[in-house]
Design a protein around this ligand. Structure first.
Ligand code: PGA
Length: 247
C-alpha cells in the first residue's frame, strides 16, 4: 500500500472542500486506486465537516497535530486525540518540524503518539534533520535519536507511519539526491526494525514533492508514499503527483 498524504497546514475554509472533491473524483476512476490511500490533514476547524462529507468516499481525513493528553483537561486551546477521533479523524500527524520548532519535545511527542494510538488514531510520525545537521553529516544520528526517543516496541507498528522530512527541503524546492534518500530510507527502516521486532512501519518522504520530482522518488522502492504540503492545496498538482508516480 502506498500513501499520498496532503498536509494543508494553515490553509482552508469550508468551501476549500472543492479541491478534495476533484481529487476524490480522480481517485474514483483511477485504475491504480487500489494501490494507494489518499489522506488529507486540514486544520482542526474543518476536520468534522470534511470527515462527515467524505465518510463513504475515497479521501480519509486526519489531523495535523494533537495535544499530549488523553481526553479532557484544563489546557486552554488544546485539542486531545479523543476529541479529534470523536469528530471522525482517522489519522494524526505527530512531530511535524513546524511543531517541534514551536516547542514539542521528545517527551511530549511520546505522549502524543501514546494517546493518539489509545484513541484509535493512526499516527504519522515526522522526523528530519536541519540544514546544519546535514552539513555536519549528522543526518542518520539525528534521525535515529528522533525515533528511539519516542517510538516504543509496545506501540502497535501497524498503526504507525514514519514520514522523513528533511527540514531544509520543506517548502524550499530543494530535495535530497536519489542516492542520499535511498540510503537514508533504508537506514530509517533498519532502525524501525530494531525497535519493532524485525518489521518496519511504512516510511514516507516529505519535502517539496511535486508532479515533476516524484519520478525520482518512485525509483526508490523503500519509500512507501509521500507527505505533501504546498502541492496538496491544488487538486491538479496533487493529482499530477499520483499520476506521475504510476506512469
Ligand atoms: P512541502 O511541505 O511539500 O510544502 O515542502 C511538506 C510538509 O511540511 O509536510
Amino acid at each position: 500500500m502506498r500513501y499520498f498524504i496532503g498536509n494543508w497546514k494553515m490553509f482552508g475554509v469550508p468551501k476549500s472542500r472543492n479541491i478534495l472533491n476533484k481529487i476524490n473524483k480522480f481517485n474514483t476512476k483511477d485504475k491504480n486506486r487500489n494501490k494507494y490511500k489518499v489522506i488529507i490533514t486540514p486544520p482542526y476547524t474543518l476536520i468534522e465537516s470534511y470527515a462527515k462529507y467524505f465518510k463513504n468516499k475515497k479521501i480519509v481525513v486526519g489531523s495535523q497535530n494533537c495535544y499530549q493528553k488523553d481526553q479532557f483537561s484544563s489546557n486552554t486551546a488544546a485539542i486531545s486525540p479523543y476529541m479529534i477521533r470523536s469528530i471522525g479523524a482517522k489519522y494524526t500527524l505527530v512531530g511535524h518540524s513546524d511543531n517541534r520548532a514551536e516547542g514539542d519535545t521528545d517527551l511530549m511527542l511520546k505522549d502524543k503518539v501514546k494517546y493518539a494510538l489509545k484513541n484509535k488514531l493512526k499516527v504519522v510520525f515526522c522526523i528530519g534533520e536541519n540544514k546544519l545537521e546535514k552539513k555536519n553529516k549528522k543526518t542518520l544520528s539525528v534521525l535515529k535519536k528522533q525515533m528511539t526517543k519516542v517510538l516504543e516496541k509496545n506501540f502497535n507498528k501497524n498503526n504507525i507511519i514514519v514520514a522523513y522530512e528533511p527540514i531544509w527541503s520543506i517548502g524550499t524546492g530543494k530535495i535530497p539526491t536519489g542516492s542520499d534518500l535511498k540510503k537514508t530510507t533504508v537506514y530509517i527502516k533498519k532502525v524501525l526494525k530494531d525497535i519493532f521486532n524485525k518489521k518496519s512501519p511504512a516510511v514516507l518522504y516529505g519535502g517539496s514533492v511535486d508532479g515533476n520530482n516524484v519520478e525520482i522518488f518512485r525509483e526508490i522502492e523503500e519509500i512507501d508514499g509521500f507527505l505533501i504540503g504546498g502541492a496538496s492545496k491544488s487538486s491538479k498538482k496533487f493529482i499530477d503527483i499520483i499520476k506521475n508516480y504510476y506512469r
